[in-house]
Design a protein around this ligand. Structure first.
Ligand code: MN
Ligand code: MN
Length: 468
């Protein structure tokens, strides 16, 4: 009996435990969690492109007193796709900065430059997928069209079709099983649906001259012209994205989860936005950065590899009326503590063979700290320094955040990267931290509400941390 007690005591003292979020929340916290979850569902139901996210983020920032001209609560949007929000700290910029970077682009299908064609009296849009998708996910489901068309005279036309209950939706038809045995059934899963077959059905009513060809295509152009003033050449200067139609939903009989499109990485964008919206006069200047192009390698002038962050740091010196110099900016970079806010893979119980259960993330066990990503031998990883991880541990534990430390699948099984390494290039300390998802990169990704809430709490604690 005494031995048993001793054993328990040793367990208590020595063993690492990863509690379930639900075991740790009091009734008030559960209420706060539900409010956050509802706001989050609204956010991802509405903002389905990087532009729509940027616009929504700016709207919420304005509402909470952020302004492009403010010297205390400042924000700026670049090329309608990248947003930065800053709350001035009490300490000077060279004594430390806190930065959380998420991305607001998500995998999807983009319309090609010449998208519209007709086959067998049906009109279609050709697409080119953006980011890592499983192509079979995108057939036989309701789809919506979101984006902008820039006309020759510079007018920007916003388009959203397929979200209002009165709207029609679009779809990519799949082959019936009866005829699919050879052409799909005998192929590898990733080859079963070729990219060039991801054509979106958009019309079937011909114009009334039976002697002419392509009557349906012309009818669709007529419709787009009547409604938006478009001509076919306008598609060339457009960014039109095909995304899953409809709202994000609660999932599970107990409503434990949220299912919806674009949670990678809008769950981190939303929670870091919520954290900075609620931030008042922190010790260190705090930055929430919402990036584009992560899903295609962070290239381009709105991605993490661009020099926009340098521009932002120079601007901060001007805004806060400090002396502007390149050396000062480097000092600021080196003194920045950053979070690469991105999702990770939750353990899928039915594909345990790709996971390493001791080291992968568990749904419902809180926000995930990922020291390194990369693949095979940590290649191309930002491996956060132990000192930095130690500091973050201290911050999270003191703020009573439920968190777990996890990596991304078995060694040599695959892997992935985030913006961490591109931001680390500037000299800052950075680590990945975000919630685990199931069905990541699918049209209906799933998060646990407990993890959503703890991600918010973690980002808030990070911004507010006074720990050295
Ligand atoms: Mn991501
Ligand atoms: Mn991703």
């Amino acid at each position: 009996m005494a031995e048993e007690k001793e054993f328990k005591k040793l367990q208590e003292k020595l063993l690492y435990k990863s509690p379930h979020v639900w075991d740790k929340l009091d009734p008030d916290e559960k209420k706060a969690l539900e409010t956050l979850a509802q706001d989050y569902r609204n956010f991802i139901s509405q903002a389905k492109t990087e532009r729509e996210c940027a616009e929504e983020i700016c709207k919420l920032l304005e509402k909470r007193g952020f302004h492009p001209e403010s010297t205390t609560r400042f924000y700026k949007v670049f090329r309608n796709k990248l947003v930065v929000a800053v709350v001035a700290g009490r300490k000077p910029l060279n004594e430390g900065i806190r930065l959380i970077a998420s991305h607001i682009d998500s995998p999807r299908l983009d319309l090609k430059l010449h998208p519209l064609f007709e086959e067998y009296e049906m009109a279609y849009f050709k697409t080119h997928y953006y980011g890592g998708i499983k192509k079979y996910h995108w057939v036989a489901m309701p789809l919506a069209l979101h984006g902008v068309v820039v006309k020759e005279d510079g007018e920007v036309m916003k388009i959203v079709i397929g979200e209002d209950p009165e709207d029609p939706v679009l779809t990519i038809c799949d082959l019936l099983p009866h005829l699919a045995r050879k052409v799909q059934g005998e192929k590898k899963l990733r080859e079963a649906i070729p990219g060039e077959k991801l054509n979106v059905l958009v019309g079937g009513l011909p114009l009334p001259d039976s002697e002419e060809k392509e009557r349906v295509k012309l009818a669709i152009l007529q419709l787009l012209n009547a409604r938006y003033g478009l001509v076919e050449e306008d598609f060339i200067s457009a960014e039109l994205e095909i995304v899953p139609a409809g709202q994000a939903r609660e999932v599970g009989l107990d409503r434990a989860f949220i299912g919806g499109y674009g949670q990678d990485d809008r769950i981190c964008a939303f929670t870091s936005l919520a954290a900075i919206l609620n931030l008042e006069a922190p010790l260190y200047t705090s930055i929430a950065l919402f990036l584009d192009k992560e899903e295609i390698g962070s290239d381009g002038n709105t991605g993490a590899k661009s020099r926009i962050l340098e521009k932002i740091y120079f601007d901060l010196l001007k805004i806060f009326r400090a002396s502007v110099s390149a050396d000062m900016v480097l000092e600021m970079f080196l003194g920045t503590r950053a979070i690469s806010a991105d999702v990770t893979a939750g353990i899928d119980p039915f594909y345990q063979e790709v996971h390493e259960k001791l080291n992968d993330a568990k749904m419902g066990h809180g926000v995930v700290v990922t020291k390194y990503t990369g693949h095979g031998g940590k290649y191309a990883a930002n491996d956060a320094h132990a000192e930095y991880v130690g500091w973050l541990r201290r911050v999270l534990n003191r703020a009573r955040v439920i968190w777990q430390a996890a990596s991304f699948g078995k060694v040599d099984e695959g892997g992935g990267g985030t913006v961490a390494k591109y931001l680390a290039y500037h000299g800052m300390d950075i680590i990945d931290m975000g919630p685990p998802l199931l069905s990541m990169h699918s049209p209906f990704e799933v998060c646990h509400k407990g993890d959503l809430y703890m991600t918010y709490r973690a980002y808030k604690a990070f911004f507010e941390a006074a720990e050295e």
